[in-house]
Design a protein around this ligand. Structure first.
Ligand SMILES: O=C(O)c1ccc[n+]([C@@H]2O[C@H](COP(=O)([O-])O)[C@@H](O)[C@H]2O)c1
Ligand SMILES: Cc1cc2nc[nH]c2cc1C
Length: 338
């Protein structure tokens, strides 16, 4: 069990002191990879993926038997300005759908053999409209980080963090703009499908929010408090908890990656235990993945959220580890190694 967070500064300090890879396991996994019955490099990125996974698990020949998918749900004050194609009530309605097994992520988690957990964060209390005030107080941000921190199963061996939050592509765009620069329009996309008028409102809202808070943003955590949202913060908290527990993470779409960006901008190594599951169809996700330095595994034009693209990518990590840990070596198989 991880001890609870007691302040934002402690969370920042924790980020600076997170564990790194097990170098011995990394070397042993790389050696094993070189002995398996395949031409060197022929499993492409699956080979790097297997070595990466082994090094975080501290085991040169690991298995994956307990993946966990966690969805965090939150509501956003900026929705009142007309930034989404859907009304805010849909967040709570979709949480009901997740609980009843009716959403895409229920099917994809089941297919991946993953446990699925859903956490609602004060849905009846949307964050403040960030064009007028900071989205969250320090206490609210800490509580949301703590929800994510507590949600990670210490027994899990692979983690997907996903979200549900009508309007949350707007705070995600504002975070990306504040953290990486450029114009609001560079980071603002259509989310659930806003029309041109909605996109214009959304772009203005992102620009106003960034202009209001920019001078006060000292690091990614303060950006998260001013421009983020509860489910975005909870995803960040879960990512850091996973790091403490040496559980590799698969990142999902645009909103998940905005949460990750807040951590990376606070500490540059904070995401070394994470890979990008997919590239979403949200216009700026490709640019955000580039900023994170994470090439995606899949590119299927998904723009659903819910951890859906990352849940599909569980199978890719499983494939990499099945080959890495299950294949015979040249010596074992009696195959000449060239
Ligand atoms: O994951 C993505 O890249 C993604 C892209 C577009 C939309 N979404 C989902 O749609 C919701 C946010 O869209 P919006 O238009 O309400 O800001 C939220 O519930 C997300 O899970 C997710
Ligand atoms: C129906 C619906 C399902 C979702 N799942 C994630 N975001 C969503 C947004 C909507 C609108």
């Amino acid at each position: 069990m991880l001890s609870p967070l007691f302040s934002l500064d402690q969370f920042r300090a924790q980020l600076a002191e997170t564990p790194g890879v097990d170098a011995q396991a990394e070397t042993a996994a790389a050696e094993r990879n070189g002995q398996l019955t395949k031409p060197p490099g022929s499993l492409g990125r699956l080979e790097d993926l297997a070595i990466w996974y082994s090094s975080w698990r501290g085991n040169p020949r690991p298995t994956i038997s307990a993946p966990q998918v966690i969805i965090f749900a939150g509501n956003h004050g900026v929705v009142a300005q007309g930034v989404s194609a859907f009304p805010g009530e849909v967040t709570a309605q979709m949480v009901g759908n997740f609980q009843n097994g009716g959403a895409a992520i229920n099917q994809l988690s089941k297919l991946a053999g993953a446990r699925l957990d859903v956490h609602s964060l004060d849905l009846d209390r949307p964050t403040k409209d960030f064009t007028k005030d900071a989205a969250m107080s320090e206490e609210e941000l800490l509580a949301a980080l703590q929800t994510g921190w507590n949600a990670v199963d210490p027994q899990a061996d692979l983690l997907v963090v996903g979200e549900m939050g009508i309007g949350n592509t707007t705070p995600a765009a504002a975070l990306a703009c504040a953290l990486f620069g450029g114009e609001a329009a560079d980071w603002t996309g259509r989310g659930t499908g806003v029309d041109d008028a909605g996109l214009a409102i959304k772009t203005r809202v992102v620009a106003e929010g960034v202009a209001l808070h920019d001078d006060h943003i000292t690091d990614g955590i303060e950006a998260l408090r001013r421009l983020g949202g509860r489910e975005i913060a909870a995803m960040a908290g879960a990512m850091v908890a996973a790091r403490m527990l040496r559980i590799p993470v698969i990142l999902d779409g645009f909103i998940c990656c905005a949460a990750a960006a807040c951590l990376m901008k606070t500490h540059p190594d904070a995401l070394d235990h994470a890979v990008a599951g997919h590239q979403s169809a949200e216009a700026a996700h490709a640019a955000l993945l580039k900023e994170l330095g994470k090439p995606p595994f899949l590119s299927l034009d998904l723009r659903l959220g819910e951890g859906s693209g990352a849940a599909l990518a569980i199978q890719i990590v499983r494939g990499a580890i099945a080959c890495h840990s299950g294949m015979a070596t040249f010596a074992e198989a009696g195959v000449a190694d060239g």
